[in-house]
Design a protein around this ligand. Structure first.
Ligand code: ZN
Ligand code: ZN
Length: 414
């Protein structure tokens, strides 16, 4: 049986950088193992969404998994909630949140309330007791995740994800009032609920003993919950129905885990997978190997460090991360004992060091498998892959190309 491993190096794509003598980090990095797969396989370029469109990691991954993000993307909050291990029900609206420090004027003094909040579970309990007087049919569910971060779910019969953020996204600004973003009664109700929750989160948190203790110690009190990125569960058919394969996902960050769960993949937890530059790459590849040796047909492995380094504008760290993945891939290739394994490697978008954010440039793609007719490309990078046999694909093509080799697609016509 043909199985497949898809490795996405988040934000690995880049531009011809001056400090690298007009080469890209992928061209400069020493990566003999990835390049050996490029020699053996077929390569090309890919635009996750469409040429020039600047994707978020969420919309890019939806597209790479074969879903039209313009039809299925319904806000980041839902993916964050799923990624944090929460169950979402039809109709729920979920938000990403920060616990922050505000003054009596509702001005933000610290968006992260000092970042580390000891005893956050106590604050979480207090927040879950908040009742919404203006709409008593709505239930509040708050879950602390890491540091100052958490997820807020509003559960009720008629709520909408078309509401604006209360998080002003900058220090010194006043906390915003949530506003409905369309004319539906659902959006209006949701904005009212969110505003009442935000007001009450301040009342509850400011008086909480954990915060009184923080103030005594000179620490910023975590005295408000700032919500953003309202989202609902997308309406989609599952990955299993679409491609007839049992799929698993390995990722360090909640957003990507959440997207994988939303499309119906099993998220495999890996100790030491942090989503940062310090992530345990080897632990992730061993988990992938275990899953492929088991009953999974398809494993998606996500590496975030390349994107994190790019947002920091740290070209050395970006090259270092590519080289670390390559080294571990070398170990994986020496261990792997599956006769028929496809390995695909790509990036969800470019995050050029000069821009420090995502851009709509094409990224390289490679697919290696024994039966594949290879091209003459011997390196996995933006320039070499221009000459690749796959030409230029978009994200929505990728799973079809892989599933076709795996023999998983139904024939169109007779
Ligand atoms: Zn990304
Ligand atoms: Zn990014």
């Amino acid at each position: 049986m043909v199985k497949a491993l898809l490795i996405v190096l988040d934000g690995a794509g880049d531009r011809a950088l001056k400090e690298l003598r007009r080469k890209t980090p992928l061209e400069v990095a020493r990566k003999p193992n990835i390049d050996s797969l490029a020699s053996k396989g077929v390569t090309g370029l890919m635009y996750a969404i469409a040429p020039g469109i600047r994707p978020g990691s969420d919309t890019a991954h939806l597209a790479i998994f074969g879903y039209d993000p313009y039809k299925t993307y319904s806000g980041r909050g839902a993916f964050e909630a799923l990624g944090a291990g929460l169950e979402l029900k039809e109709g729920d609206v979920a938000f990403r949140t920060n616990m922050a420090t505000i003054d009596d004027d509702w001005r933000v003094l610290d968006r992260r309330a000092g970042r580390y909040i000891e005893g956050a579970e106590g604050l979480e309990r207090a927040l879950n007791e908040i009742e919404i007087a203006s709409h008593p049919e709505v239930k509040v569910i708050y879950k602390h995740t890491v540091e100052h971060r958490g997820v807020l779910i509003l559960r009720g019969p008629s709520l909408s994800n078309k509401v604006s953020d209360v998080d002003p996204h900058k220090v010194g600004a006043k906390v915003l009032k949530a506003k409905p973003l369309d004319n539906t009664p659902e959006a209006k109700i949701t904005a009212e609920v969110l505003n009442e929750f935000t007001r009450k989160s301040h009342e509850v948190l400011a008086e909480h003993p954990i915060n009184k203790e923080r103030v005594k110690k000179g620490l910023p009190p975590a005295n408000v919950v700032l919500a953003r990125g309202a989202g609902k569960l997308p309406h989609i058919i599952s990955f299993k129905e679409k491609y007839h394969m049992k799929a698993a996902a390995i990722a360090g960050i909640a957003l990507i885990k959440g997207i994988a769960r939303a499309v119906g993949m099993d998220v495999l937890e890996v100790k030491g997978a942090t989503g940062g530059l310090n992530t345990d790459v080897k632990a992730k590849f061993s988990k992938a190997l275990e899953a492929l040796r088991g009953d999974y047909d398809f494993v998606f492995l996500h590496i975030k460090g390349t994107d994190a380094a790019s947002h920091d504008g740290d070209v050395r760290a970006k090259i270092g991360m590519i080289e670390r993945v390559d080294e571990v891939l070398g170990w994986f290739l020496s261990e792997v004992d599956l006769p028929d394994l496809i390995i695909a490697i790509t990036s969800d978008h470019a995050t050029p060091i000069t821009v420090k954010d995502h851009t709509g440039d094409a990224v390289p793609l490679l697919i290696a498998w024994d039966e594949i007719v290879s091209d003459d490309v011997n390196s996995f990078d933006e320039r070499a892959c221009m000459k690749g046999g796959l030409g230029v694909l978009t994200g929505k093509d990728l799973m079809n190309v892989i599933a076709n080799f795996m023999g998983k697609l139904e024939k169109f016509g007779e």
